[in-house]
Design a protein around this ligand. Structure first.
Ligand SMILES: NC(=O)C1=CN([C@@H]2O[C@H](COP(=O)(O)OP(=O)(O)OC[C@H]3O[C@@H](n4cnc5c(N)ncnc54)[C@H](OP(=O)(O)O)[C@@H]3O)[C@@H](O)[C@H]2O)C=CC1
Ligand SMILES: O=C(O)C1=N[C@H](C(=O)O)C[C@H](O)C1
Length: 232
């Protein structure tokens, strides 16, 4: 498979190594918005850039009929437009706020726990995410995905930064040193607390998941998520 890496920073470089170790050819390593020429005949693009650049980068790839795996967070207000372009161009798009297998299991765990709790005692939920000081967006895309999964299955109606209040599920966003990504969910009642935590030790799990998603998407049409890739 020929892979274009759109964004070649911390994530792009690890994805490059993993792609090659799995027998793929990396045909582009870009630190600017791609063009038809710079995409260099890729079968698939893996996009990890920044919130400002992601929309345009994805659009150019899709308009050139190159399916896109996108891990960039912080641009999701424009996702409906990307989904429309994907369908118009008969190509494929997959966004993952977090490509690691562990976090995708963590999403399912929290959805199920929220569902169970809404049938029993009243628990109040609080989210916390900790990331490195270079991160441009807050809260993290992963925290937003966790919150959305809980909201669908509980009394909560929306999420907000900071402390949980009434029907708004709170997310504390902490920036600390070089932390790769830690997410905790606290379920608290009058008498006890359940805490579920995922800690990434490094970025390798994110990168491997993105390459697996790229292998999966080639030849498909439509808008997908990691749930489709992992059969969750
Ligand atoms: N979904 C997931 O599993 C994960 C998502 N992320 C997200 O992925 C994104 C990237 O993370 P990370 O690699 O750590 O960030 P980095 O800042 O290390 O890398 C970003 C890269 O994008 C490049 N860039 C800047 N402008 C453009 C542009 N217009 N087009 C293409 N590339 C551009 C930068 O180049 P230059 O240095 O020259 O500016 C740099 O190479 C972030 O949004 C982060 O939140 C991160 C980890 C996991
Ligand atoms: O910026 C990061 O580093 C990360 N971003 C993603 C997010 O916003 O959830 C995924 C991971 O936690 C690392």
């Amino acid at each position: 498979m020929k892979i274009a890496l759109v964004g070649y920073g911390k994530m792009g470089k690890i994805i490059d190594e993993i792609s090659q170790s799995r027998g793929h050819e990396v045909v582009a390593r870009l630190r600017e918005t791609p063009t038809k020429d710079s995409l260099n005949g890729a079968d698939v693009a893996i996009e990890f850039s920044n919130p400002e650049a992601a929309f345009e980068n994805i659009k150019v790839c899709l308009e050139n009929h190159i399916p896109v795996i996108c891990g960039t967070t912080g641009w999701l207000d424009k996702k409906p437009e990307i989904e429309k372009i994907t369908l118009e161009q008969d190509t494929a798009f997959l966004y993952g706020s977090n490509f690691s297998l562990g976090v995708n299991l963590f999403f399912a765990l929290n959805e199920n726990l929220a569902k169970l709790m809404s049938k029993t005692t009243e628990y109040s939920v609080q989210l916390e995410e900790i990331h490195h000081i270079h991160k441009l967006d807050a809260p993290s895309g992963t925290a937003i995905s966790i919150a959305e999964g809980i909201i669908e299955n509980s009394k909560y109606e929306a999420w907000k930064l900071d402390e949980t209040k009434d029907k708004e599920l709170g997310i504390f966003a902490i920036r600390e040193d070089e932390v790769p990504g830690t997410h905790s969910v606290f379920y608290r009642s009058e008498v006890d607390e359940i805490e579920i935590k995922h800690t990434a030790f490094n970025r390798n799990g994110f990168a491997l998941g993105a390459v697996i998603a790229a292998e999966w998407i080639v030849g498909k049409q439509g808008v997908f998520s990691m749930k489709d890739v992992l059969g969750l």
